[in-house]
Ligand binder design. Structure first.
Ligand code: COA
Length: 708
């Protein structure tokens, strides 16, 4: 070891490796899995840079990451408890280096990782590398000079777009917009970076600081673009950090660099303190936790290649597209040729639209469609590793289908059902291998919605569960383990909070008031808008099917039935809770609804009460939280955070509020329980507090305690 590496190795911890290539110091962040910038990493980096700058043996520094990624950013788990040098100080140290620093980038270069690279003097990346500032997704903004350096390098409009959308760019785009200097092939990154460093030394060019770059031209065109980017940021309703990003970029346009950094720091601190930041970080970590089921890591699932989808309806089509997008060979089966053709056309049409909108190229479209085969004959199933049935939601139909599938498929194939309510243990009765049956519940449209409930029946074995998780993750979905009950996690909770909305309507709130309060809270739609969109006839059929199981002591709200009896099914009939134009747009209150409401309230002897927006939300959320607690208590969800992930990714719960269980903790469980107790005074059957909620509230504990 040379004297330079000896000196630095003594100072730095194992999380930063230092080596020498002649006069170039190669400083490699090594903090698996994503090289996050924890306090020890920052300290070790500061030491390494300091030693290299002060060593007469070193002429330039290559900064890179070990493993797959350059760096996934500041350590998310350390926010609010940082020790050691700040990232901002480290970036200034790098930028101030008198010896050229070259960032050699691969994999992800995100957040604080990109801020490090921006502080370096030169940047080289492999073609697939992704560079971005996704802090906005965590309720934050770049806080280590990113808001000041990026606009100087790529222009304010583009910088705003990257920071407000949180989207990353590929190296091929980054080089075009001036974010990086060179692209090289994957296997030669370090050699290419060292060569780049030698060229810089030889040219005598030395350092080139991003803070001195001048991409922020002040033309009319760029001002228009900046204004447009600002408008997009400020339109992000409910979120705190986009407006702060706009302010910081404005500072980069108006203030000298140092003052801009101070402004950025102030704004960053405001974001850091916001409850949105903790809620969004909770959501990120909750999703990571949900995809890990205890015990599954010991099972090695089989690689999947060909997947069959049974049923070419809306769900089957969406699932097929999602599978094709993820690279699988797909066999789509239906019993009728005409249904198959309709499904195939829908898939082709979806790809045609994606190509038209420049989301995919003609080659990608052709390649994906070439992996799709359609059949009406089950003998085609012998080639499938996994089969997903997405046929009509009927126990007898599905039972019979599973028997046929088991006979037609190869011995170790997994049989998955996309049922959203039905008991899978009952469905697999009579099969030879019920241990290979599982629920993989997609949400519509299945090619877009992130959530997948992996519904684990009693008899499913570990391999089957592991394969279901593996499939969901390979499709870039967010899998959540759910136990067996009517509606699993999400639909079971939905049934309860929707009923709470109906009861409020019965007691005097108008559906428009309820929808508005729910939208104001942050959901994209209110419950009555959703019914109109889905079609009132769908839930009517379910209500009729379940009528005999209804507890006769519970209050029953017959408004929806009365609408359906009049043929008012919502958007598809132009009338439901709302009136619509022929194209289903321009929703407005249905003037005849008031008569229906008056009739139903009179029948039930209700004197309408006044509801404020706050009381509506308190009821709606209390119902959701209470049922969420039941779901956890009965083991249907493994942890409260899994309930949050389900509601965030499948039911429109506003991400910046963290999910119902996180929200309950933030409001205080005692308060939630007190609300439920008050509602129970007039309706004790509906408002039965969950045992888990009672226990936690009485012991001063929170749902978060159960996530740990
Ligand atoms: N800080 C701390 N931990 C991080 C992290 C960060 N910035 N980024 C990822 N991780 C952790 C994950 O929580 C996960 O931990 P776990 O294994 O205990 O669940 C692990 O690293 C692997 O992450 P994963 O997302 O599964 O890896 P990937 O290779 O699929 O994706 C990234 C890598 C970097 C693209 C992705 O993790 C990501 O987007 N991270 C967040 C980046 C970010 O927002 N940075 C800005 C921070 S201000």
């Amino acid at each position: 070891m040379s004297s330079f590496t000896q000196a630095t190795a003594a100072n730095s911890l194992q999380c930063v490796h230092i080596s020498r290539r002649d006069r170039i110091a190669v400083v490699e962040i090594s903090n698996p899995p994503v090289n996050a910038l924890s306090s020890p990493v920052k300290q070790a980096l500061a030491d390494a840079i300091d030693s290299a700058v002060n060593s007469s043996e070193i002429a330039a520094i290559v900064l890179t990451g070990a493993g797959k990624h350059f760096c996934g950013g500041a350590d998310i788990r350390e926010f609010g408890q940082v020790t050691g040098p700040s990232l901002s100080t480290l970036c200034t140290q790098i930028e101030n280096s008198t010896k050229p620093v070259i960032a050699a980038i691969k994999g992800s270069c995100l957040g604080g990782g990109l801020e490090l690279a921006l502080a370096a003097h030169f940047r080289i990346a492999v073609a697939p590398a992704q560079l971005g500032l996704p802090e906005v997704n965590l309720g934050l903004m770049p806080g280590a000079g990113g808001t000041q350096r990026l606009p100087r390098l790529v222009g304010a409009a583009r910088a705003l777009d990257m920071m407000v959308s949180g989207r990353s760019v590929k190296a091929s785009v980054a080089v075009q917009i001036g974010l990086i200097d060179r692209v090289c092939s994957d296997d030669v990154l370090q050699d290419a970076a060292v060569q780049f460093a030698n060229e810089i030394i030889q040219s005598g060019q030395c350092v080139r600081r991003s803070r001195d770059a001048l991409a922020m031209s002040d033309t009319d065109q760029s001002r228009v673009e900046i204004d447009q980017a600002k408008d997009i940021a400020l339109a992000k309703k409910g979120l705190v950090s986009p407006a702060k990003i706009v302010e910081a970029v404005q500072a980069s346009l108006e203030l000298p660099f140092e003052k801009g950094l101070i402004k950025e720091r102030e704004l960053f601190s405001e974001c850091l303190e916001s409850p949105q930041r903790s809620a969004l970080i909770h959501a990120f970590l909750a999703e990571k936790a949900a995809s890990k089921m205890p015990g599954l890591s010991v099972v090695l699932p089989t690689p999947l290649r060909t997947i069959a989808v049974i049923g070419a309806g809306t769900m089957g089509v969406g699932i097929s597209i999602a599978l094709l997008d993820a690279g699988y060979a797909v066999l789509l089966l239906d019993r009728e040729q005409a249904y198959l053709e309709r499904g195939l056309n829908a898939i082709a049409e979806s790809y045609r639209k994606q190509q038209e909108r420049n989301r995919i190229s003609a080659e990608v479209k052709a390649e994906r469609l070439a992996r799709l085969a359609c059949h009406i004959d089950y003998s085609a199933l012998h080639g499938a590793d996994l089969i997903i049935e997405a046929v009509f939601e009927d126990m007898a139909v599905k039972k019979e289908l599973l028997c046929q599938l088991e006979k037609a498929c190869k011995p170790d194939a997994i049989l998955a059902t996309n049922t959203s309510y039905l008991n899978i243990d009952e469905m697999s009765e009579g099969l030879d291998h019920p241990e290979r049956v599982i629920g993989i519940h997609f949400f519509s449209p299945a090619n877009l919605m992130k959530l997948v409930e992996v519904v684990v029946p009693e008899k499913a074995d570990q391999r089957t569960v592991a394969i279901a998780f593996q499939l969901a993750k390979s499709m870039k979905k967010t899998p959540v383990r759910a136990g067996m009950c009517d509606g699993f996690i999400g639909n079971r909770m939905l049934a309860v909070y929707r009923e709470a909305a109906e009861l409020m309507m019965l007691d005097g709130a108008s559906p428009y008031q309820i929808d508005e309060a729910v939208r104001e809270f942050g959901f994209p739609m209110g419950p009555f808008q959703v019914v109109d969109l889905a079609g009132g006839d769908i839930s009517w059929a379910t209500r009729k099917r379940k009528a005999s199981q209804r507890d006769p002591r519970l209050r029953y709200v017959s408004v929806a039935d009365k609408l359906c009896e009049r043929g008012w099914f919502g958007q598809k009939t132009g009338i439901g809770y709302y009136l619509y134009d022929k194209d289903g747009k321009n929703a407005r209150p249905n003037p005849e609804l008031e008569d229906v409401l008056s009739e139903v309230r009179a029948e039930a002897g209700i004197v309408p009460k006044h509801f404020t927006q706050q009381t509506i939300i308190d009821h709606y959320l209390a119902a959701m939280i209470n049922e969420g607690a039941n779901v956890v208590h009965q083991g249907i969800a493994l942890r409260p955070s899994d309930v949050d992930v389900t509601l965030l990714n499948g039911y429109g719960f506003p991400r910046y509020k963290g999910g119902p269980m996180w929200y309950a903790d933030s409001v205080g469980l005692e308060r939630v329980l007190a609300n439920i107790a008050r509602y129970a005074e007039t309706d004790p059957l509906f408002w039965k507090p969950s045992d888990l909620l009672v226990e936690l509230a009485n012991h001063g504990r929170s749902f978060s305690d159960l996530n740990r």
